[in-house]
Ligand binder design. Structure first.
Ligand SMILES: [Zn+2]
Length: 119
């Protein structure tokens, strides 16, 4: 008997405002649960997404309980989705490059300060 597993479905393209669905397979059989969703025997959201032609992908499948499912749900999936995270990482990388150019200016700044203290 497998323990419960949490899964995150990523909708591409999003259905209106909905980009993710967080769920739990209490028996640990995520593929069976996802089949139920995409054949219209699970969440109405996923049924509507499939009817609208959205691609539904399982992007996370980990051991978890109702608490984890709730946390993912409250985070709207976006903060935990590996498909959505890279976009933020690239944005962060751009910021880091900006900081590194600023950092070079800061790196030069201590020298006058040290001279002021020495004076
Ligand atoms: Zn996503």
């Amino acid at each position: 008997m497998n323990g419960p597993r949490c899964y995150l479905l990523h909708l591409d393209p999003p259905l209106a405002h909905a980009r993710h669905y967080a769920g739990i397979a209490l028996d640990g059989d995520v593929p069976r649960r996802v089949r139920e969703h995409v054949t219209g025997h699970g969440s109405p959201l996923i049924a509507a997404a499939v009817a609208a032609g959205c691609q539904v992908r399982v992007v996370l499948d980990v051991p978890g309980d109702r608490g984890l499912e709730r946390r993912w749900h409250n985070a709207h999936g976006t903060r935990v989705c590996p498909e959505c995270k890279p976009r933020r990482r690239r944005a962060a990388g751009r910021q880091l490059r900006l900081f590194s150019s600023t950092g070079a200016a800061h790196a030069a700044a201590p020298t006058p300060r040290r001279l002021a203290w020495a004076a």
